[in-house]
Design a protein. Structure first.
Length: 269
């Protein structure tokens, strides 16, 4: 009985050890796989910043003569009713639009940027005498005001002054502009960015040579930009302006300058 018990006990102990070894082996394999995955994940992540880097900046400038003149104008009229105020505003606006169209401005370059109708109120005046009328609870509507604003793109900038003259002659009293801009602004920025990157690369190459290191991959890039358009303003003298009294203003176009600064960080080896 004792010998049998010892044999069974030994066999059971041996089986337990083998099972334990197998479990420990699987656990070690699992931990190894997880470690490899973490290493691979860390290598593949873009936000793992290299320990050794070089940061440089470069600035590029590009300029172009504006090819569009933006002009905004508005017509405001009053009437006892909304319909009356609208009719007055429409009559004046139609005359202004016809004047603009006569100068070759296409329909696609004329758009409404605002149309508003407001009631006009009469408020009770303060009473300083001994006998005052009864105080009303609210102001009284005495009419309405209609305002329409239009934005015009003049693609022949040489005609910008003529457009302003025509609007003034048509009785438009509120004119803003022209704002001279470049139609292909993205192209100007792209040119400035290219020059900025070129300057930054040259700085990085020279700096790596001075330090005796080699440049690796770009690990970060950012940019900031600014542009400097030319502005001018013109205001019509109102409905009383006669055509023969009006002269087209001289409007120098100038240039639109764009400056872009880039910031590049390289890994070094």
């Amino acid at each position: 009985m004792d010998e049998k018990f010892s044999f069974d006990q030994l066999a059971s102990s041996k089986a337990f050890r083998m099972t334990a070894v197998a479990v420990l082996g699987l656990l070690a394999l699992f931990l190894l796989v997880k470690t490899v995955d973490l290493i691979a994940y860390g290598i593949g992540r873009s936000d793992v910043y290299p320990a050794k880097t070089i940061s440089v900046e470069g600035t590029g400038e590009a300029s172009m003569i504006p090819d569009i003149a933006q002009i905004t104008y508005s017509v405001t009229e009053q009437g006892a009713t909304v319909s009356e105020a609208q009719d007055k505003a429409t009559t004046k606006m139609d005359a202004a639009l016809a004047a603009v169209e006569a100068l070759g401005v296409e329909e696609k370059d004329v758009k409404t940027v605002g149309y508003n109708v407001y009631p006009r109120y009469e408020y009770q005046q303060p009473c300083y005498s001994g006998i005052c009328p009864p105080v009303t609870s609210s102001p009284r509507i005495i009419g309405y005001e209609v305002s329409q604003s239009i934005e015009v793109k003049v693609r022949d900038t040489g005609k910008a002054g003529e457009v302003l003259q025509a609007l003034g002659t048509a009785g438009v009293q509120n004119i803003s502009g022209p704002n001279f801009v470049v139609d292909d602004a993205d192209g100007v920025r792209a040119e400035a960015r290219e020059l900025a990157i070129k300057e930054a690369k040259e700085k990085a190459k020279q700096l790596s040579k001075d330090l005796g290191v080699s440049l690796g991959n770009v690990v970060s890039f950012s940019e900031s930009s600014g542009y400097y358009p030319m502005y001018d303003s013109y205001y019509g003298k109102g409905a009383g302006m006669e055509a023969e009294q009006s002269m087209a203003p001289s409007l120098p176009v100038g240039e639109e300058e764009t400056t872009i600064t880039v910031y590049i960080t390289y890994e070094i080896r």
